[in-house]
Design a protein around this ligand. Structure first.
Ligand code: GLN
Length: 191
């Protein structure tokens, strides 16, 4: 999806690569596993530092859980990169997965088709966090604060690149942010 809109995308597998990018997507999957791996491979501090220096960040589905401030569930311990509280598997089990049409603030044109797979929900948002999309009953499923975006659904599954284009805009802003250069480079000897 990113390459389709002209982004020079890489798969980040090593912590040093965090210094090479203007935006990071933490994708869907299994949030406990993702947090375990981020911790084991010592991503957490560097990721936090990059985000504090203005790097764009987008958590989708499990990624939303990973970057939340707090969870309604006992684990994983989320990274607190955006001030939201989140409940995992809110809509039920895998068989309860569904699709919905969403109006998303900042996205023009038709509503977006969104694919929810054992998806989380945002239960509360902190100061300055904007709810940009909700389900029919008003539950927040997409939020944004500054250059940090979190969505409950899987935006990569429909072919609609409009949210990715929004994220590209945030990554371009990050590229211009002088704090990006002042962020301490990862010390290769510590890896
Ligand atoms: N249910 C998963 C979790 O709690 C997220 C599912 C997904 O990313 N599609 O981590």
């Amino acid at each position: 999806m990113l390459r389709k809109i002209g982004i020079d995308a890489i798969e980040v597998r090593k912590v040093q690569q965090l210094s090479e990018i203007d935006g990071l997507i933490i994708p869907g999957g299994e949030s406990t596993t993702i947090v375990k791996l981020l911790t084991r491979f010592e991503f957490v501090d560097h990721l936090r530092e990059r985000v504090n220096c203005g790097m764009a960040l987008w958590g989708t589905c499990a990624g939303m859980i990973v970057i939340a401030r707090e969870l309604a569930d006992p684990y994983p311990i989320p990274l607190n990169l955006i001030d939201i509280s989140v409940a995992r598997n809110y809509f039920g089990r895998q068989v309860d997965s569904f699709e919905a049409e969403l109006h998303i603030e900042g996205i023009n044109g038709d509503p977006m088709r969104a694919v929810f797979i054992r998806a989380p929900i945002v239960q509360t948002v902190g100061e300055g966090v904007k709810q940009i999309a909700s389900t029919d009953d008003g539950q927040a499923v997409a939020v944004k604060k500054g250059r940090v975006l979190a969505t409950s659904f899987h935006p990569e599954l429909t072919g609609d690149t409009r949210l990715h284009t929004l994220f590209l805009k945030l990554a371009k802003e990050a590229q211009e942010d002088p704090r990006q250069n002042s962020s301490t480079a990862v010390n290769p000897s510590s890896i």
